[in-house]
Design a protein around this ligand. Structure first.
Ligand code: SD4
Length: 332
């Protein structure tokens, strides 16, 4: 029987379980092998996705991916664009301070091999994502917090900076007038960037960086630098990342959950929806906060879901550069 017919009749092709050992044991020519494999493993790659309408960040990541560099380089360079943008008051320099007026930054990064690094509540350093990468690559640890993270950054050559801009200071002083010193839990004002990329070799990496909840208590850390909560990548399956009220994402280990749901066969969209449903179930009807998840699987399929309408996410691949309105649990 000709090999093509064997595939058709055996049902192997339609079941999508074609294995490489099977192929190597056949006497098919190279071209035929390639086309059969392509049909069964076709991946959209390279591709980058990120939370919110971060046009410049996704464009930067795409530029890095297009040059042939790794997904890890792409997410680091991509999210750095937002860290450097003082007009983004949820990330990097220009971020809103804690209730005492201190800007403290959180970030994490994860590579195709499950290596990861994070910095928590770090002051005076403009690019926490790059410090997180150094933690991953140059230390035996995963997380460095506070003064230790800052000290490590100086040792690695990062510059000391004042992260509080005039604009963020002005708003904080305004907030203090009526705040009664309470942190705010809001629906608006979330601009944390979580980014996931697949490079030309099909490898996945992710990064997430934030200044956290505006006017938080000193020392408060949310989900964004917590591997499994604000970000998770498994190179066999896919990746997920979050924005919104971090406490709720931590309580469900949201990004890890979404990746595991994809491992069990859910699409990125279905997995994000289930991730949000778990949070809603835990909150018993109290939904005065926003969470948005995005996810990508190994094939480059993407999804996003949130509680309140308004969340969007960017995708950039050979198919185009789009800002996608996310479906939401609550309807507009
Ligand atoms: C946090 N998840 O610290 C972050 C906040 C956020 O846009 O997403 N802001 O909880």
């Amino acid at each position: 029987m000709k090999r093509r017919n064997f595939l058709k009749n055996s049902g192997v092709a339609t079941a999508g379980v074609l294995s490489t050992p099977f192929l190597t044991s056949c006497k098919a020519n190279e071209e035929e092998k390639k086309s059969i494999l392509k049909g069964h493993t076709e991946t959209i790659k390279p591709i980058v996705i990120c939370t919110w309408d971060f046009h410049n960040a996704s464009a930067k990541a795409w530029e890095v991916l297009s040059s042939g560099a790794s997904a890890l380089d792409a997410v680091e360079q991509g999210v750095k664009v937002e860290e450097d943008d003082v007009n983004n008051q949820s990330v990097g320099r220009g971020g809103r301070p804690d209730r005492d007026g201190r800007v403290t930054l959180d970030a994490c990064i994860m590579d195709k091999d499950g290596n990861c690094g994070a910095v928590l509540a770090m002051q005076h350093i403009a690019n926490p994502i790059s410090v997180a990468r150094k933690v991953m690559e140059d230390t035996p640890h995963v997380m460095l917090a506070g003064k230790g993270a800052e000290q490590f950054a100086y040792e690695k050559g990062f510059e000391k900076m004042d992260l509080l801009t005039e604009q963020s200071k002005k708003e904080w002083l305004e907030w203090k007038k009526t705040s009664r010193y309470e942190p705010i839990i809001n629906i608006e004002n979330h601009d944390t960037i979580g980014m996931l990329a697949i490079d030309k070799n099909g490898n996945i990496a992710g990064g997430c960086t934030t200044s956290g909840m505006a006017y938080k208590m000193a020392g408060r850390v949310g989900d964004s630098p917590i591997i499994g909560a604000g970000l998770f990548v498994d190179n066999e399956v896919g990746g997920a990342t979050a924005t919104g009220v971090g406490e709720e994402v931590v309580r469900t280990v949201g990004s890890f959950l979404i990746v595991e749901l994809m491992r069990q066969g859910k699409s990125p969209q279905e997995a994000c929806e289930e991730g949000i449903r778990r949070i809603i179930a835990k909150n018993k009807g109290k939904l005065d906060f926003q969470i948005g998840f995005i996810a990508i699987n190994k094939k480059g399929e993407t999804g996003g879901y949130c509680i309140h309408p308004g969340f969007t996410y960017r995708t950039y691949s050979g198919k185009g550069h789009d800002n996608n309105p996310s479906k939401s649990f609550l309807k507009p």
